[in-house]
Design a binder for this molecule. Structure first.
Ligand code: SAM
Length: 244
């Protein structure tokens, strides 16, 4: 399935974003934990459990700093997929020589659909909100092993206090650009119930949803961290809601 119109807007925005940071250039410090929100507090890398020996995939990996952290500090090998050429270039410039990290320039869904060996763990930090869930989730399910685990964080309430949508449609959101004019992206900011329905429809069961609120007073931003797994014994692909 081809990417949708809102995704084309996002693709342009992230190409611009990556180019801006490449040529600025922007110094981004290394991380020593995964931050599922936009701040280094709350649940961290431990959410993923023990990873050594497992096939691990970072979807919409951006600069790749979280994947690099897992490789450096947790002895994991990670495949990291990023669609934007400029974001991918930032990642290869910085981590192209890190053994154990495979940086892949591809659309997440196209990559998942052609993945020949399924993954034990797939995670995404603020990536899922940019990809049409009707396109993304069947592909995620098909690339996960039975009982394979899925972790992703997504926006729930934005900076001006707007909460999630009650229908599976993308809406405009502002992407701040340090030292530049903010960009407009199209995001799927969905209620946890909608996310759960979409996951279940694709054979993915939700184990837990964490509420991650911004730690500073007056900041409305709130994120949800989903932990799910692929139902064993069920073939991947959209499931009939009657079979739940
Ligand atoms: C908010 S950034 C998150 C980057 C990274 N996960 C992190 O935490 O540092 C979102 C990233 O998703 C990427 N992205 C958006 N749509 C994508 C798609 N269809 N396939 C792969 N990557 C995509 C963007 O190019 C951007 O780099």
């Amino acid at each position: 399935m081809h990417s949708t119109e809102p995704e084309a807007v996002n693709s342009q925005a992230w190409t611009h974003y990556g180019a801006h940071h490449l040529y600025r250039p922007t110094t981004v410090p290394e991380v020593d934990r995964i931050s599922w929100g936009f701040w280094p507090a709350g649940p961290g890398t431990e959410v993923l459990g023990v990873l050594s020996g497992l096939r691990v995939l970072d979807l919409a990996s951006g600069l790749g700093k979280h994947a690099a952290h897992l490789v450096r500090e947790h002895g994991t090998t990670v495949d990291a997929v990023e669609a934007s050429a400029t974001q991918h270039e930032r990642a290869t410039t910085r981590y192209g020589n890190l053994p154990g990290l495979r940086l892949i320039h591809a659309d997440a869904v196209e990559y998942l659909m052609q993945a020949t060996e399924p993954y034990d763990v797939i995670y995404s930090i603020h990536g899922f909100g940019y990809i049409d869930p009707h396109r993304l989730l069947p592909a995620v399910a098909s690339a996960l092993k039975p009982d394979g685990r899925l972790f992703f964080s997504v926006l729930h309430t934005n900076a001006v206090g707007r909460g999630p949508s009650q229908s599976v449609t993308a809406r405009p959101e502002i992407l701040p650009l340090a030292g530049g004019k903010p960009l407009t992206v199209q995001m799927w900011v969905l209620s946890p119930t909608l996310w759960e329905d979409l996951l279940v429809d694709n054979g993915l069961l939700v184990d837990r949803v964490d509420i991650l609120d911004a730690p500073d007073d007056g900041n409305h931003v709130s994120v949800r961290l989903f932990r799910a797994h692929r139902r064993a014994g069920v073939s991947s692909g959209p499931q009939s809601s009657k079979s739940r």
